[in-house]
Ligand binder design. Structure first.
Ligand code: F6R
Length: 250
């Protein structure tokens, strides 16, 4: 696990954009695993700017999102589908057929999970997976005690996750109770993983992800097993990290 500490959210976004751009520039038909949430917004904005400047094309890139709420209409402003179009896809040249998100309104959700895994497999697997980190250690929506062997599946969201995501909704009751998420094994199958974490309220979670023994009680600890993980954190999120676990400052 390489742990890179940058000054602030802006540097985190720039640095993350550099890594994703590098991936797409070195392999035009890269398969990217994408995350939603507050943390990657700055990175998406920076990628749009790179595209607008003519430095980057997504014509051949394929994307798979980590997760989607169950039961929220696809065109609901807070669906992850809408998030991705608003934050990135509407502003770049990616062909719509290259974009994949789980369908949280599929009539057969189990079949949808299987289909999603099959699509990832057919695309040749994920080259670079972007992740955020939940306060409870979730990656994707794999809440504590999710099996490390899980593939794309249906999950009941933790109370803590629904509370954290309530900031995007009018009230907590509006946050869906279930989601489809890539499984932990799906995430571990990615060739490279980039974890983005910003702000002091995640400092304890960052320390646990990097230092705690591997446990399903804190799913992100499983990333310690992956051979190519970069953890990119700003100074505030790195506050509780022991010095010896930090690879470098940039
Ligand atoms: C999002 C996702 C989640 C978030 C995590 C952090 O697709 O799967 O794991 O990455 O909840 O969210 P933010 O960035 O909003 O703190």
């Amino acid at each position: 696990m390489d742990v890179i500490v940058v000054k602030d959210y802006e540097s985190l976004s720039t640095q993350a954009c550099r890594m994703v751009s590098g991936q797409v520039q070195s392999k035009a038909n890269s398969v990217l695993g994408l995350a939603t949430g507050g943390t990657p917004e700055g990175m998406y904005q920076a990628l749009i700017e790179e595209y607008a400047a003519g430095n980057l094309s997504f014509q051949e890139t394929r994307t798979f999102n980590l997760d989607e709420y169950i039961g929220l209409p696809t065109d609901h402003s807070l669906s992850y589908h809408s998030y991705m179009y608003k934050q990135l896809f509407n502003h770049i040249d990616i062909p719509p057929e290259n974009i994949h998100l789980p369908d949280g309104n599929a009539s057969d959700l189990q079949a949808e999970c299987k289909k999603y895994e099959a699509f990832i497999h057919e695309a040749g697997g994920i080259d670079l997976q972007i992740l955020g980190l939940g306060h409870n250690g979730h990656i994707g929506f794999n809440e504590p005690e999710t099996s490390f062997a899980s593939r794309t599946h249906i999950i009941e969201l933790d109370n803590e996750t629904r509370e954290a995501n309530a900031r995007f909704f009018e009230q907590k009751e509006d946050v869906p109770k279930r989601a489809i998420t890539m499984g932990i094994e799906t995430i571990l199958s990615a060739r490279k993983v980039l974890v983005l974490v910003s702000s002091a309220d995640k400092a304890e979670a960052v320390k646990d992800m990097v230092c705690r023994e591997i446990t399903s009680a804190f799913p992100a600890t499983v990333l310690q097993k992956h051979p190519a993980v970069t953890v990119l954190v700003d100074e505030k999120a790195a506050l509780r990290l022991p010095q010896e676990r930090i690879t470098r400052y940039e």
